[in-house]
Design a protein around this ligand. Structure first.
Ligand SMILES: [Fe+2]
Ligand SMILES: [Fe+2]
Length: 304
């Protein structure tokens, strides 16, 4: 083997102490709930979608929408993998490692449920057709931004986004007129509620101890992620280039019109605005301030 290859082999850090004590009983409770509430995406019968009389363009729009949902769910797993590695080698308490492991497994089943819906509607697209999505999705998780925060601060920032996507998913659940889509949204929401709960627990536990610099960093990272990737066609289409904004918005509107568990682009910004204001309230208690976001808070002309 070449020397340069050998250098890339990561040595496994000392595994001891292998911690078995529970430090955060609230987190452990989430772990036992996760065991009790596990579900199998294969148990969701998607034949209602296969049998439905839907125009071909609606099937295509729905499959594109659910492919995007699948990429987003998958986008949480590289992030989870990095956190799990950190948690293991930093000797975090057992329940923290277990929760992150559950988180990864759950995001994979959200991904699976989503691509199965796309397949039942038409085809699942494994790579985005549009270039902007090819650019945007990999930026969804930025390890450099993550490392600028302490372990628990970073985890809590992630769960703030879980809260926001939970709000959007709730609206998509309400839009769904097919049992398979309703069921999928419902089960995903139930998992997301636990992810959000984890964020609340660690915020309560760690946020009062953060330095003011770290609080500022958290607020800035939330605003950056929201503007840089999530408003670029992931949560909403507002920051997309005009032609893609029109195309993508039209398809979303079509999927929403036929009750395929989508939200109309006109509704999305309101939901996000309400969600961000709720987050501002939640983190404001701890002195974390989320800076002005022109797309949501005004004072910027929307992209035409
Ligand atoms: Fe998820
Ligand atoms: Fe999640």
């Amino acid at each position: 083997m070449q020397a340069s290859l050998l250098e890339e082999i990561v040595t496994v850090p000392n595994p001891y102490p292998v911690v078995a004590t529970v430090e955060y009983p609230d987190v452990w409770r989430l772990c036992t709930q996760a065991r009790d509430l596990a579900w199998d995406p294969l148990s969701i019968d998607c034949s209602d979608l296969r049998d439905a009389e839907l125009p071909p363009e609606v099937r295509k729009a729905g499959a594109e929408w659910w492919s995007l949902r699948a990429w987003m769910e998958h986008g949480a797993t590289p992030y989870g993998a990095e956190r799990l590695r950190e948690a293991i080698f930093d000797h975090q308490p057992f329940e923290v490692k277990q929760h992150i492991t559950n988180f990864i497994a759950e995001e994979f089943r959200h991904h699976e449920a989503s691509f199965r819906i796309a397949q039942a509607l038409d085809v699942y697209e494994s790579t985005p057709r549009a270039d902007y999505f090819k650019d945007i999705i990999p930026k969804f998780h930025n390890e450099e931004d993550e490392k600028a925060m302490s372990f628990f601060a970073g985890l809590s920032v992630n769960t703030l986004f879980e809260q926001l996507s939970g709000e959007l998913l709730q609206a998509r659940y309400e839009n769904a007129r097919f049992e398979s889509i309703r069921k999928s949204c419902q089960l995903i929401l139930r998992d997301e509620a636990r992810h959000i709960q984890f964020g609340r627990i660690i915020m309560r536990r760690f946020f009062s101890e953060l330095s003011s610099t770290e609080k500022q960093t958290i607020g800035a990272k939330v605003a950056k992620k929201l503007r840089g990737s999530l408003l670029n066609g992931v949560y909403a289409v507002v920051n997309l280039p005009a032609d893609e904004r029109a195309r993508s918005g039209r398809n979303r509107a079509l999927a929403a019109e036929y009750g395929l568990g989508a939200t109309h682009p006109d509704e999305e910004m309101d939901i996000i605005r309400r969600g961000v204001n709720q987050i501002r309230e939640d983190v404001g208690v701890y002195g974390v301030e989320i800076p002005h976001i022109p797309e949501l808070d005004g004072a910027a002309s929307p992209v035409h």
